[in-house]
Design a protein around this ligand. Structure first.
Ligand code: BGC
Length: 245
């Protein structure tokens, strides 16, 4: 089935038509800068523009940087507060005349990796860590089954949270060297390893392309591999999610 996948990120909202059987993009990506403030109403306008760009009348999957439970956005750690309690599935479907289904952005990216990328051949527990802009999204899959909406980036750690200690934005804000940031990242991984004992960690987001800069600092026993779907994981996963409902 073909689904329009949309990824709502801090700097851009990107969409493409995805073949959910193969995870391949059927079109080029179309990107619009994230409106400021990124309220539900302003993001809806962008989603409508993307739908019109593709002249799309089918299903739409959209990844949101917050918890999405039963079609309702429940948290907004790094997005506008108006998202809290927002009935995205109902409201966006009514106002786009397409069937729209929201999913947490990390869950979406995780689905893409587990079905078509770095986790494709893995059994047992796979733990994905997606450093996305200011946030850290986390996902666990057990034999390819998603455990949705795990907000393990917000676990308390070192008098902060894993996210405020280890996100890529923290590296940039504090001007940390890759070595220093890599040590922090390794401590966070070690904590997750101790608590969850996964078979594999998959690291996504911008830092996954720069693993050579910090992999020497990774000393945990569990294998740590970079994500493979890169920039398209969110789009692909948001679309593939609809094929698994
Ligand atoms: C949010 C998560 C999201 C992650 C990445 C976190 O701050 O709480 O829901 O997946 O950022 O965008």
């Amino acid at each position: 089935m073909d689904v329009l996948g949309i990824d709502f990120g801090g700097s851009g909202i990107k969409g493409a038509i995805v073949d959910t059987n193969t995870g391949e993009l059927r079109t080029d990506r179309f990107r619009i800068g994230t409106p400021q403030p990124a309220t539900p109403a302003s993001v809806l306008d962008v989603v409508n523009e993307i739908i019109h760009h593709f002249n799309w009348h089918g299903k739409v999957g959209i990844g949101i940087p917050g918890v999405v439970k039963n079609g309702i956005v429940l948290t907004a750690a790094n997005i506008h507060d108006e998202w809290i309690g927002y009935p995205i599935n109902k409201s966006f479907s009514e106002q786009t005349r397409c069937e729209v289904v929201g999913i947490n952005d990390a869950d979406a990216a995780g689905l893409a990796e587990v079905y078509f990328g770095a986790g494709n051949n893995e059994k047992g527990m796979v733990f994905l860590l997606l450093t996305v802009g200011t946030g850290i999204g986390t996902v666990i899959f057990i034999d390819k089954h998603l455990v949705p909406n795990l907000e393990l980036g917000h676990l308390e750690f070192k008098s902060k949270t894993i996210e405020t200690y280890t996100a890529d934005s923290v590296r940039k804000e504090k001007n940390l060297s890759w070595e220093d940031w890599g040590k922090r990242f390794n401590k966070s991984l070690a904590y997750y390893e101790k608590m969850f004992n996964p078979n594999l960690f998959i690291v996504g987001g911008g830092v996954s392309k720069k693993m050579d800069k910090f992999e020497e600092q990774i000393t945990i026993a569990t294998p740590v591999v970079p994500a493979q779907m890169q920039n398209n994981a969110g789009i692909i996963g948001a679309a593939v999610h609809l094929a698994h409902l």
